[in-house]
Write a new protein. Sequence first.
Lengths: 212, 494
Amino acid sequence: MENGQYVDLLGIMLKGEKEKLLEWIDDAIENKTSPEKLATVLTKHMSELGNVWESGSIFLPEVIMAVSIFELAFQKIEKLLPPKKEETANIGMILGTVEGDVHSLGKDIVKLVLKSGGIKVIDLGTNVKANVFVKTVNEYNIPIIGLSALMTTTMVKQKDVIDNFVKLGMREKVKVIVGGAPVTQEWADKIGADAYAANAFEALRKIRFLME
Amino acid sequence: MPKFSFTSQPKLRILSDLQIEEIHDCALRVLKNVGVRFHCDEALKILGDHDCDVDLKNKIVKFNNTKVMDSIRSAPETFKHYYINKDRFLEIGGNNIFYYPGSTAVNFMESDGKTVRSPKCQDFIHYSQIVQRLDFVDVQTSCMLLTDVPEDFIEIMKVYIALLFCDKPLITSTFKKENTRDVVNMIEAVSGDKETMKKKSCTAFIYCPSPPLTWAEVIVENVIETAKNGLPLIFVSMPQLGATAPATIAGCLVQHTAEILSGLVLAQAISPGLPVVYGGTPLLFDMKTATSALGAIETYMMDIGISQIGRFYGLPVRATMTETDSKCLDTQTGWETGMGFLIGTLAEINLISGSGMIESARCQSLEKLVMDNEIAGMCRRLSNGIDVDEDRLAYNVIAEAGPEGSFLTNEHTFKYFKKEQYFPSLLTDRKERAEWERLGASTTLDRAKDRVRELLEKSSKNGPYLEGEKLENLKRVFKEICVRRNISKLPFIA
C-alpha cells in the first residue's frame, strides 16, 4: 500500500489465507500506516465481495471464510483505533427466524454478508416470538428488523410480527425486511413489510437503502 | 481388462455372464460358417495369407475360432491417445470414460437452435475453438461435412483445421486412400517423424462396416492404409434392428460382434498389437417412421451390451450415446442426450460419442455442444463416486455442530466443498426465481448462446492453437498437398 503496490486483499481473504492478511497488516503498521487508513482500505476491498459474488465466480464457503478473516483483521485494527463511546453505537439491525421455525441457514448467511458490509447485527437466533422483536427494538432502539422463514407454515408468523408492532402503535418506529425460501415480493407487499430480499447480497443492498 | 473374463464388467449391466458367452459363441459361429464379405482384393489377400478361408468369387471370408481369439488377444487392452501439441495423453480403456462430439454432420445449426444450413470452414474453426475450451469434451472429431471446399478435399481440410485450432486428441475418418495418405502426412508433420507418430499417436481413425456382414471397398482400403501406418483404429458398426440386423436385440448384438471382430482380425493381420476399439452404434429402426433412432431406449440398451461384450474381450469400448433424434434444441434433445450420457457413464463406455449432435447424427450445434458439456461434467462427477474415509465421515464436524448447528462456517466445509461438488457453468440455472427474473428470465438456449459467444470471443484473440515448429511443419505439408492437388482457392488458410 505504501509503495503503491496493489495487493488483492479480497483474494487473500477468499482463499482463507489468514496469516498472510495479518502479516500484511503488521507490515503496514510497521510502515506507519494509520489504523484509520488501514480500516478504510480493508473495508473498501471487502465491499467488492457482493460484486464478485454476483459475477458467479466465488462460492459461499469462500464468502464465509473471507468474512471471518475480515472480522479477525478488523478486530486487530480496531484495537488501535480510539475506543467508541457505546458498545451498541454501530449496531444496524436485528435479525431472527420467526416463531415455530428452527432454520438458521439463510439467516446466518444474511448475517455474514451484512458483516462483510460493515453492518453489525443482533442475532436473536431461531424460533423467535413476536414480542421478543418488540423488546429488543425497545431495548437497543434499533429501527430495522429482518425476519427469516423457511417454511410456508411459518412464513405467516412474519405477518404476526408486523401486526404486533401495529397493535402496539410502534409500526412507524421500525422498518421490516423479510426473506426466506417461500417468501416473495408479493407476500412482503401483502403483509406490509418495507422490503423483501431474495438473497443475502440483495438484503445488504436493501438494508443499506432502509438505513438511509 | 483381462481377455475373455468377466472381471471388468461395468457398474451397469444388462447381460449376464452366461448371456455374454452365448452372444460370443453365436458370433464365432457366424464368422466361421456364414462369413463376412470384403469388397477389397487386398483385404481378401491379406486375410487369405493369415489362415482365413477366402472365397474369392463371392468375396466372402470365413474365420476360424482360433484366428479370431488370437486376434482379440493380440489387440491391446488400452492405448495412449496423445494431445496434438502437449506431451500428454488420455489412456483409452480400463475404467476411463471420455466424452467427445459425434461424427460427420451434414448440417450446421444456427444459434436459434432450430434453423440449419450447410457447414462451412469457419463453422468448423469455431467448433474446434470451443472444443478446446470445454472441460468435459475430452477428444475432438472432424465432425462436419464442409461445403465450401472441393469435395475431394474435405477430409484434408477438416484435419488441417482440427490440428491447428484444438490441442485435444483427434478422431477422424477418411474415405479415399489418397486422402488417408495426406492426412497421415499432416499427422506426421505435427508429430515430428513417423516413429513418434506411431508411438505417440494423436489421431485415431474411425471406420464402419456396412451391416449386415459387409465391408465396403472405400472403407476397408482405408482401414488397411491406417493399419499399415500403425495408427489406432475404432470400428463402429451400425446395424439396425429388423432392417440391417435381426429384429431381436440379442441377434443384433451377435451380428455387430461378428462385424467388429472381422475388422479386428484384418487389423491385427496387418499390424499385430495395433490398438483397436470395440465400438458401435447399433440402432433401433423405427417401424412407424422407417428411420433409425439414436435416442431410443433400445439403442442405449444395445450400447450397454457393447460395453459388456467389448470388456469381455479386454478391448477399449466406444458407443454413440449422446445424440438425439430431435431436430431442434428442445426438451426431447435434453432427455435423450441426458439419458445417453447417464447410461453411457454407468456402463463405463470408454469413448462416449455424440456431444453437440442432433437430428440423428446429421447436425452439429455449438449451443448443444456447450449444453452437453454441462451434462458430461455431472456424469464425470458421478463416475468419480463417493470417497469414504475418517475425515470425510466427519464425526467431529457433526459433533461440533450438534443439533440445530451450522456447517457453513466450519473449516471442514471450506476444505471439502470444491472436492465434493461439481460446479456447472452459469449455463445451468440454480438461481431462485426473483434473481432469475432480475437477470432477464433466460432460457437454457439463451444462456448457451451467451456461453458460445463468450468462448469464441476468448478464442478469437488467440488465433491457431498450434505453434512453433509443429505449426511450420504442418503449414509446409499442407501447402505441398494443395500444390500437388492444384488447389489454389480455399476459404481459409492459416
